[in-house]
Design a protein around this ligand. Structure first.
Ligand code: HEM
Length: 392
């Protein structure tokens, strides 16, 4: 428990965290990896270089500090992060190490002594926040389909577009595959020849659940170069082994009766396709509008699968090509405009699911809000460290 004085100190340092949070967390990671290089096996190095992970950590601490008197209210955010932690293999014993380096970074960045009331209050607050994460993650570990990273055999590798390959895999031991919820992702743990550390990355499952395989559809990332996506594209083939953790994530489709609107940008189609396929099986009458924004025909992954879907009368499938090669291709050309989006959407109350690059999602989210769609009708998932679209 925090004392009343500590609570007051935490509340009064929220503006400080808002101002210095990213500096503190950047310093924290630098020192942590310097002294504990083994933790580089867990973290995405690109998210460190871009500063996205320090930003995400600072933001979540800021949120926790602002709600320290009512941590229940940020439980959904905690769960989202905890899913990622569980999928990667963050353990209870890691929390004290992170706490120690975080407080040290705060002291150094703010020029405070270890017995300063601010540092003492933050030490107590970190303990409380960490306990919430540890409890939530404990339950997730208990409920996970399996423990740690499990060996899978790639049964096939299919080229979907100039940039996307699908990988189908099933357990190397021939055991069963647990069901997952459409929209969930798995983590791949890649030991890449010539690389000092293992690399872990998340990929959404792109097929419906209930098959004897899992499927991911991976875009080759070039800017910055995606070490794992390039490895998968260039070096992993049918019959090879890959290691994955059990499905995770809470970006999952609810079984409502209202129309379902799926809006994807680029390879963000993957979780939405899984949702779509599941809904077609479980709620065949449910109206679906699938708006797919893609750069051009050459990078339009999973096009054939989408084409089959288009033959169904309950489905509106709208393809938007930002820069089409063929001027007649697709249903809409150029970047989505509010007018175009409005013309694709139903009049009734609907549930919206968005996935794609951050700028795309921000623009679609803002357009939906301007069209009067309330934020509790919109779910979204980032490819990258969890942030929010709401306050921007
Ligand atoms: C990811 C917060 C403790 C390891 C994240 C993310 C946040 C976060 C906001 C981004 C989530 C996402 O990508 O969707 C926190 C908070 C913690 C905490 C508030 C303490 C209360 C830990 C600990 C470890 C850890 C103890 C273990 C060393 C990771 C890793 C990732 C991550 C490996 C993925 C990073 C990446 O992909 O680059 N955490 N975390 N976290 N966290 Fe934590």
């Amino acid at each position: 428990m925090l004392t009343n004085e500590q609570m007051t100190v935490i509340t009064s340092t929220v503006p400080v965290l808002e101002e210095h949070g990213v500096k503190v967390t950047t310093r924290f990671y630098r020192q942590l990896f310097n002294d504990h290089p083994e933790l580089l096996n867990l973290f995405n190095h690109v998210n460190q270089e871009t500063g996205d992970q320090p930003k995400a950590l600072a933001y979540s601490l800021y949120q926790a500090a602002s709600n320290i008197e009512n941590l229940e209210s940020i439980l959904p955010v905690v769960k989202q992060i905890a899913h990622k932690h569980r999928s990667i293999g963050v353990k209870e014993e890691h929390y004290p190490i992170v706490g120690e380096y975080l407080l040290q970074a705060m002291q150094d960045e703010l020029g405070l002594n270890s017995d300063d009331p601010v540092i003492e209050a933050w030490g107590a607050a970190y303990g409380i926040i960490a306990d919430v994460f540890i409890q939530v993650e404990k339950e997730m570990y208990e409920q996970a389909g399996w423990d740690g990273f499990r060996e899978m055999k790639v049964s096939s590798k299919v080229r979907e577009s100039d940039e996307i390959y699908s990988f189908y895999f099933s357990p190397a031991d021939g055991g069963p595959l647990p069901l997952f919820q459409p929209g969930q992702y798995i983590s791949i743990e890649a030991s890449i020849p010539g690389e000092k550390y293992r690399h872990i990355r998340q990929y959404s499952l792109s097929d419906a659940p209930g098959k004897n395989h899992y499927r991911i559809s991976v875009k080759r990332e070039n800017n910055p170069e995606g070490i794992v996506s390039n490895y998968l594209h260039d070096q992993v083939n049918a019959e090879d082994s890959i290691y994955i953790s059990a499905p995770a994530g809470d970006f999952t489709v609810k079984e409502a009766h209202s129309p379902l609107i799926l809006i994807s940008g680029g390879v963000g189609v993957t979780p939405l396709l899984s949702m779509y396929k599941r809904v077609r099986e479980s709620q065949p009458e449910r109206p679906v509008t699938f708006v797919q924004a893609v750069r051009n025909e050459n990078v339009h992954g999973l096009a054939e699968e989408i084409h089959v879907l288009k033959e169904d009368s309950h489905i509106r499938h709208i393809v938007c090509y930002e820069e089409p090669e063929n001027i007649d291709a697709g249903d809409f050309k150029g970047r989505l405009t509010p007018e175009a989006l409005a013309s694709f959407l139903p009049q009734e109350q609907a549930e919206y699911y968005l996935c794609g690059p951050e700028l795309f999602m921000q623009s679609v989210y803002d357009m939906l809000k301007d069209l009067g769609i309330s934020s509790n009708q919109i779910s979204y998932e980032f490819f990258g460290p969890t942030m929010t679209l709401v306050e921007n």
